[in-house]
Structure formats: structure tokens, C-alpha cells
Design a protein around this ligand. Structure first.
Ligand SMILES: [Zn+2]
Length: 337
């Protein structure tokens, strides 16, 4: 498992790499544009070239995941907001892809009380259209677009695996779409994973709904709010209502070991995830792995990971829009991560 954190892009994309390396992150996540403004970051070919060079000079930072703007809402019925959302998603996909990100994480949006059913198809088709538009501008397929589960507040879409699975299904199983699971959102939306059995039930539910091949990223956060309260409030690992044991139960699951695991926590000094927060995450993971190994040694069951599929390219893209089959796991577990 690759551990990393969401890092600030203050001062530019290049500074983000330095920050990720300084906190000992294997994977970094940052926003492809200011998450609360429509204006895109200005960048040119010179920045892209420098970015690639800086990544090469920090080999401990192995991969990049980008996060899309929070303003994007593909489920809105406001035509102006929808047009802006489509354009921003295409732009975010383009920026993330040019930077070499393996995926772009998107909060699917809010139906503002109308329910998922009336907006699901349009949302799915808009996501596919944005991927197509980005492909056109890039002259190649963009990075994967990952829909993130939500804590379930208000009319947010993605409060359950069934909702995410429904959107992927309406996108005709487009191989460029996947999901990102956030541990805090899962807990706040009322999904328990304290014990190994409960964690296996979560992984089994992923396998039955969206399929494990489409789960491409984990956001690893503790919760400032109690179980099932539907609020999106992150806390440092071990300092919230989820706790180290439950996080270990999930992170240690054998089927999840190929995934990037990204912290989006306030940080021990409240200035974002620090090296100590990543050390905690790795320790929580190691403890969870020990418990899982002991269970398997006793003959206990675990949902199996999907069969690995070879990487087509080093940037993590494994399938094209014409590949309607769910993609396999990002890399053979235990090989690189
Ligand atoms: Zn998240």
C-alpha cells in the first residue's frame, strides 16, 4: 500500500512535490485548481516540464492523485452551473493528465433533494462527456475519473456503494470511471468496519456493487463526528470516533493492498498532514495486516482481490473507453507497494 497525503499547492505545483517529499509521502494528492474558485490555475508547457523533472528528482514520491474542484456539480438543474461544472471537470481532467496523475477524484455533486434517480443518468453521461472532451484536447485518454463516496449530508450523491454503482452502470461500465472510498465518509454514512468481519463485509460489498477492480484510491481519515451522523468532518488517525483498530481492520484487508491511501487530516500541528501522521497511518496499517495474517493463518475467510491486469503505461491508465470490462487491480499486490 502506498501512503500519502493531500498537500498544499500554495506557490505552485512544484512546491507540492517538495512538501510531499518532506513528509515522507509515497503518493501525493492536490487539487487540479483552487477547489473553491472557478478560475483555473495558469500553467504552461514550461511548468509541465519542470513538474516532470521535479518528480524525477524526488523518487520517493511515486505517484500523483489529483482532486477536482468542490464547485463542480454535475447533478445541478441550473443550466449555468452545469455548463461551468462540465467545463471545469474537463479542465481538471486535462491538468491532472498533463501532470501525470493516475486519477482525478470527484465529489459527484448534490441533487438538492430531488433524489438520485432523476439526475443519475445525466450525471453519468456528463462524466463520460467530460472524459471524451478531455481526451480530445489531450490527443490521448485522460487519467481515470474516480467518484468519491460521501458522508451522506443533504442531497449529496454517492452516500452508498449502490449509488456509485448505479452511476457507473449508467455510464455503460466505461473503463475510465472508478471510485475512491473515504473512510470518514463511510463511517459517517453508517457503514461499520471495526472488526475484521465487518471490514470484510465492506470489501465484499464493493466487490458485489462497483467491483474491486474499480476501487482505485482510499482517503484515510478518522472522524470528528460519531458513527452515522452524515457529516464530513475529518480528524487525525486515532484521535476521532473511528479509532486505530477499525482503520487497521479496513487498511489491512488483503484485497486493498494495491491501493494508494491518502490522508486528508488536519495534522498533528493542525497545518495539514505531517510526517508523524504518515508514520501513524503506516503503523495502523501494519497492525491491521498482522491481524489479517493471523486470521488467514487460522483458516479465516477474506474477499479475494481481483486478478491483476498488466499496466498498459506507467501512468496508471489501464483501460480505454472502449474497454467495457471492469479494469483489474492497479498492480499485483506485494510487487511494488
Ligand atoms: Zn476524501
Amino acid at each position: 500500500m502506498l501512503f500519502g497525503a493531500n498537500v498544499s499547492t500554495a506557490g505552485g505545483f512544484l512546491r507540492a512535490i517538495d512538501r510531499a517529499a518532506a513528509i515522507d509521502a509515497d503518493v501525493m494528492q492536490f487539487h487540479a485548481q483552487n477547489p473553491r474558485m472557478w478560475r483555473p490555475y495558469p500553467y504552461g508547457d514550461d511548468v509541465l516540464a519542470e513538474f516532470a523533472a521535479r518528480m524525477a528528482s524526488h523518487p520517493t514520491v511515486k505517484t500523483l492523485v489529483c482532486h477536482a474542484s468542490y464547485l463542480i456539480n454535475l447533478a445541478t438543474t441550473d443550466p449555468g452551473l452545469l455548463a461551468k461544472s462540465r467545463a471545469a471537470l474537463t479542465h481538471n481532467l486535462e491538468v491532472a493528465s498533463r501532470l501525470g496523475a493516475e486519477s482525478l477524484v470527484l465529489h459527484p455533486g448534490s441533487h438538492l433533494g430531488a433524489g438520485l434517480a432523476p439526475v443519475a443518468r445525466a450525471l453519468a453521461l456528463d462524466a463520460v462527456a467530460s472524459l471524451d472532451a478531455a481526451a480530445e484536447r489531450l490527443g490521448r485518454e485522460p487519467c481515470m475519473l474516480l467518484l468519491e463516496n460521501t458522508a451522506g449530508a443533504g442531497g449529496t450523491i454517492g452516500r452508498s456503494l449502490d449509488e456509485l454503482a448505479r452511476i457507473l452502470e449508467l455510464a455503460s461500465g466505461d473503463g475510465r470511471l472508478g471510485i475512491c472510498l473515504d473512510t470518514q465518509h463511510l463511517f459517517a454514512s453508517g457503514v461499520p468496519y471495526e472488526t475484521l468481519d465487518e471490514a470484510d463485509a465492506v470489501v465484499g460489498a464493493v466487490a458485489r456493487t462497483v467491483s474491486l477492480g474499480r476501487l482505485r484510491c482510499l482517503h484515510v481519515n478518522d472522524s470528528k463526528v460519531p458513527f452515522g451522523t452524515n457529516r464530513d468532518r475529518h480528524e487525525n488517525l486515532g484521535e476521532g470516533f473511528i479509532g486505530r483498530r477499525a482503520l487497521g481492520s479496513l487498511l489491512g484487508h488483503p484485497a486493498l493492498q494495491g491501493l494508494p491511501a491518502i490522508l486528508e487530516v488536519p495534522g498533528t500541528d493542525r497545518r495539514g498532514p505531517a510526517a508523524s501522521d504518515l508514520a501513524t497511518a503506516r503503523a495502523v496499517h501494519a497492525a491491521g495486516r498482522r491481524r489479517w495474517r493471523a486470521r488467514l493463518a487460522r483458516g479465516g475467510a477474506a474477499t479475494q482481490p481481483p486478478p491483476p491486469t498488466p499496466r498498459r503505461a506507467q501512468d496508471g491508465r489501464t483501460s480505454s473507453r472502449r474497454d467495457r470490462r471492469p479494469a483489474g487491480s492497479p498492480s499485483p499486490p506485494g510487487l511494488r507497494r
